[in-house]
Structures are given as C-alpha cells and as structure tokens.
Design a protein around this ligand. Structure first.
Ligand SMILES: [Mn+2]
Length: 281
C-alpha cells in the first residue's frame, strides 16, 4: 500500500478543489462519455486550482477475447466489438479523454475490472494508462488498489495537512437503502485519515463522522470531522432497450451519474473543507 505526498503552496484565502471520480467504464455501451466530458473534463479543464483523484475502473474491459463469462455483446460499445485489439483501443481512448486534465490527476488507483485483464492476460491496463499519461512520473501518481495520499498546504514555514485514504472499493450492499454507508464507514474506522474515499459500487455520496476529543489544556471538548466519500460513476445502470445489464439482472440500486468535488479553503489559520455532489440525472 503506497503513500504519496503532494505539496501545494498557498496564500491566505486560497482555495483548492479535489475532484474525486471513478468508474467511467469506457467501452461499456452504457458509459456516458459525453456526460463525463461535459461535466468533468470541460468543467474543470481551465480551473488551475482543480486537482483530480481517479479511483479506477476507467475502462470496462469486458471483451470477447479473454473468455470472460460476463461478456455480453449487447453491453459493449460497438467501437470495441469488431476489432482485434479492444483493450489497446480502450486504453488509448481513455488517455485521450482525460488528456486535457492529465497533468492535474494526482492519483490513480488499481481497480477490479483492470485487475481482471491483468489476471487473464499478464498485462496491466492501469500501469499502461499511467505510463501513457505521465511517463516516468507515474510513480508519483499511481497507487495499488488502496493507498494513502498526503496533501500538504504550505505557506512559508506553516503547513496544513490533509490525509486521504484511497481505495477502489469493497462489496458494499448493492440493494439496501444506506447500506453502503454502514459498510464503508465501518471500513474507514481502520484507517487514520481525514478523508476516506471509495468507488466501485457506483453510488455517489458524501457524509461526515464527528469525533469528539479534548483540547491541549484539557478543559474543553473539541470536535473534528472525518469525511467519507463514495465517488459515483459515469456508467448508467439500465439500458433504454430490451438488453439486460448486470445492474438490471441483479436489481442493484439505480445510481446517478456524477462525481464529488472536495473543496479546501485556507484562511489565516486552519483549513475549511466542504464537498459538493455533482449529480447528473
Ligand atoms: Mn469496480
């Protein structure tokens, strides 16, 4: 489990935005690249204070050639069907899709759809995407399935720190109302961090756990917040025709498309944070 540190210089009143996104599933017929491009890439590409955390499953990679029993030709974007190299093509297309923001993607995690290709073929799509996007600098941005990202905000000798726990995700109740919050919240307790981010279940949500403690002089109760983020997806769950997706088949909860925007403002002392759920219906 890797730890990566990133330093940002700031002046009083500066703001930073961390865009947490995942599960684009490029290559799946129900992936909405148009929404991803409009609502994420185009929204932030000229915002120099926006930084990106990509929690994986960038490409769907369920293709005919690997003998994957999940393969269903009706669920594959036709662009990847009648070609000999669909995995190469998905990798290229994903890199092209994120090209306008690639230098500000500070984290990319491994994920189950990519790992399945690695297991079946001995090549790692995640590492190939990382090398294609960042060359040798990929070591400063690529995580395994989980890791810690440490963001430091520096003004002269003063430093504010935000610790992120990143994980592509875990099985977290595809059916129960709010069930994923219990599962992810229980997992997050095990990691000492300010923000715990998960993907994979395609739900888009953010919530806080307030921790009480005492101040330095031991005469006052102090509170601090631990943030949990479930980063959403740009893959629709249901088709408009009679083709059946795995979501429809398993009757998982419908999900909105979108991503989470985590905002940091640095006043004279301390740090203020809040998040905005960017939901597309
Ligand atoms: Mn996944």
């Amino acid at each position: 489990m890797k730890v990566i540190e990133r330093r940002f210089n700031y002046e009083v009143g500066d703001r930073f935005r961390f865009i947490v996104f995942s599960d684009v599933h490029l290559g799946n017929k129900l992936s909405s690249l148009k929404h991803f491009q409009e609502n994420l890439v185009n929204r932030y590409k000229n915002d120099k204070d926006a930084w990106f955390i990509d929690l994986g499953d960038c490409c769907d990679m369920i293709v005919a050639q690997t003998g994957d029993k999940r393969f269903n030709p009706e669920m594959v974007d036709p662009r990847y069907l009648a070609v000999a190299n669909p995995v190469d093509r998905m990798i290229e297309d994903y890199c092209e899709l994120v090209a306008p923001i690639k230098d500000r993607i500070i984290a990319l995690t491994e994920s189950n759809h990519h790992l399945e290709i690695e297991r079946r073929t001995g090549t790692s799509p995640t590492r190939r995407i990382a090398e294609k996007l960042w060359g040798n600098d990929y070591h400063n941005r690529l995580f395994g399935y989980a890791g810690f990202l440490v963001t430091r905000f520096a003004m002269n000798k003063h430093i504010e720190t935000l610790v992120w726990s990143l994980c592509h995700g875990i099985g977290s109740s595809g059916k129960t109302e709010g069930g994923f919050k219990t599962t992810l919240g229980n997992d997050a307790i095990n990691y000492d961090c300010d923000v715990a981010c998960y993907a994979h279940n395609h739900q888009l949500d953010g919530w806080d756990r307030i921790i009480l403690g005492v101040n330095h002089s031991a005469n006052k109760v102090m509170s601090k917040k631990k943030v949990r983020i479930n980063s959403g997806s740009y893959l629709k769950g249901f088709s408009d025709d009679c083709s059946t997706s795995y979501v429809e088949r398993s009757r998982f909860k419908p999900n909105a498309l979108g991503h989470m925007e985590f905002n940091v403002r640095l006043p004279r002392t301390g740090m203020e944070t809040y998040y905005v759920k960017r939901m597309i219906l």
